[in-house]
Design a protein around this ligand. Structure first.
Ligand SMILES: CC(C)(COP(=O)(O)OP(=O)(O)OC[C@H]1O[C@@H](n2cnc3c(N)ncnc32)[C@H](O)[C@@H]1OP(=O)(O)O)[C@@H](O)C(=O)NCCC(=O)NCCS
Length: 149
């Protein structure tokens, strides 16, 4: 099972004993403002969500107490490094709420570029949300790494 170590973080697969920690984040209305569902109403809902985390998607959500320290950039950057180094895909894509400035800035700082947009893509609790689409190719990521080193 893959474990990724960065300067401040250990990235590993989710486990069922993470449910309480995830629930503290996924039930938080501030953290969930731009997420693809309403805040979780019960620990059982979070348990079902953790059990379903078996697809290759990368998502990121931190408790608001941990925002603004560069942790998402460190974690998502390491995950992208891994995915491209292991040749799991040639392109990483993202679908972001246009009103989510933190996520948009994070993607742009990692080198993602905008590829398009669409209206009324997500219905969250009866409210329609739009999408901005971003992409980053392996070639672009590796070119950035070469420039940075
Ligand atoms: C998006 C999220 C993971 C960012 O986490 P974070 O650890 O605070 O982000 P970082 O500190 O790594 O910041 C990355 C960049 O985004 C910027 N940024 C972060 N939050 C921001 C905000 N609210 N507004 C504007 N810029 C913001 C940072 O300044 C930084 O840019 P810089 O390198 O130019 O200084 C966090 O805000 C979060 O959990 N949000 C709720 C869940 C969510 O919306 N997930 C994404 C769904 S698509």
């Amino acid at each position: 099972m893959t474990v990724i170590h960065t300067e401040r973080l250990v990235l590993r697969h989710a486990r069922l004993d993470d449910v309480a920690a995830f629930h503290a984040i996924l039930s938080n209305p501030v953290a969930m403002r731009w997420w693809s569902s309403l805040p979780h109403a019960s620990v059982e809902e979070t348990r079902t969500w953790v059990e379903g985390m078996m697809t290759p998607d990368v998502g990121y959500i931190l408790h608001p107490d941990a925002w603004g320290q560069g942790l998402a950039r460190e974690a998502v950057g390491a995950a992208i490094d891994h995915v491209f180094a292991e040749r799991m895909t040639d392109i990483a894509t993202a679908d972001v709420d246009p009103e989510n400035p933190g996520s948009i800035r994070l993607l742009e700082r990692l080198g993602f570029t905008r590829t398009g947009s669409a209206e009324r893509t997500w219905n969250i609790g009866g409210e329609w949300k739009d999408s901005l689409y971003f992409a980053l190719t392996r070639d672009a990521w590796q070119a950035r790494l070469r420039t940075a080193s």
